[in-house]
Design a protein around this ligand. Structure first.
Ligand code: CUA
Length: 155
């Protein structure tokens, strides 16, 4: 069997690409410690409304320029639906679902999480520019899924 020279070149190209991607993966995850937003804890969805900090959803300033948003997703609302923070602030989102699986994407940012009942999702983002970002639920969660939204207003 004779392997055509171009075929050989493509095989090599494929092998080299695999090595390059593996190296890039190791560099970003180990050296630059970039990770997917992981589970930050567990919470019982049946009693979530009386468990700290989810008994008091909202925006809190935890240090100068640093905010924490405790956010609950239920069919078909985000609580709070409107989040206001000053420009330049670093915001940590602690989010959980109370009923079914929801999603949370904040447009124009890299904040993109799944909200799974029983799990706490955490993500931190710095809002540099004033403006508005839409909170979008990106997991189908029932008849009102397309109505489920909110916004972050950066002042
Ligand atoms: Cu909540 Cu879709």
């Amino acid at each position: 069997m004779r392997v055509h020279q171009y075929e050989k070149a493509f095989l090599w190209l494929g092998a080299i690409m695999l090595v390059v991607f593996m190296v890039a993966l190791v560099i970003t995850s180990v050296a630059a410690s970039m990770h997917l937003p992981g589970r930050a804890g567990e919470v019982d969805p049946l009693t979530i409304n009386s468990v700290e900090p989810f008994d008091n959803p909202g925006v809190r300033e935890v240090a100068p320029g640093r905010y924490e948003v405790v956010l609950l997703a239920s069919a078909w609302v985000f609580n709070p639906a409107e989040i206001r923070v000053p420009a330049g602030s670093e915001v940590t989102f602690l989010a959980a679902a109370t009923d079914v699986i929801h999603g949370l994407h904040i447009t124009g940012t890299r904040v993109n999480m799944m909200l799974i009942p029983g799990q706490i999702s955490r993500n931190t983002y710095r809002f540099e520019e004033p403006g508005e970002h839409i909170l979008v639920c990106h997991e189908y969660c029932g008849a009102g899924h397309h109505l489920m939204s909110g916004k972050v207003i950066v002042e």
